[in-house]
Design a protein around this ligand. Structure first.
Ligand code: HEC
Length: 110
């Protein structure tokens, strides 16, 4: 988690207005704002929304999408979900581990 926050801080250097996100707070915000209902608790997708993690899109793209979506996903206004909350959600999505390489799982390699 620390690594994700650090990475976010480095990547986010260009957007000084946004404080670095907290994966821990992001996990709560992700649950409270109902992202899980369509994207799954681990951002795995497959309910009605696509996969968001691991390897989420950059924070700038996430912010632009969530504010302006006109498709099947409802847009979230700043009054409901702040940029800081979205930065936390991004940090949470970034903190989720990748699946193991199947080659490292003996049962899958008879
Ligand atoms: C009502 C169901 C629903 C909820 C709730 C929802 N989403 Fe989505 N989301 C979708 C669907 C469906 C799409 C694909 C729609 C599209 O591309 O227009 C999507 C797409 C996205 C994408 C773009 C993914 C990509 O790879 O293009 C992001 C990022 C995203 N959602 C983030 C969020 C976040 C963060 C939340 C919570 C604040 C959230 N969503 C809540 C249904 C939902």
């Amino acid at each position: 988690m620390k690594r994700a926050v650090l990475l976010l801080a480095v990547l986010g250097a260009s957007q000084a207005a946004l404080a670095a996100g907290s994966a821990e707070k992001g996990k709560t915000a992700y649950a409270q704002h109902g992202c899980w209902q369509c994207h799954g608790f681990a951002g795995q997708g497959g309910i009605t929304g696509p996969k968001l993690a691991p390897d989420p899109m950059p924070l700038e793209a996430l912010l632009a999408f969530v504010r302006n979506t006109r498709g099947a996903m409802p847009p979230y206004q700043k009054a409901i979900l702040s940029d800081a909350d979205l930065a936390d959600i991004h940090a949470y999505l970034q903190s989720l581990p990748k699946a193991r390489d199947y080659k490292s799982i003996p049962l899958l390699n008879p």
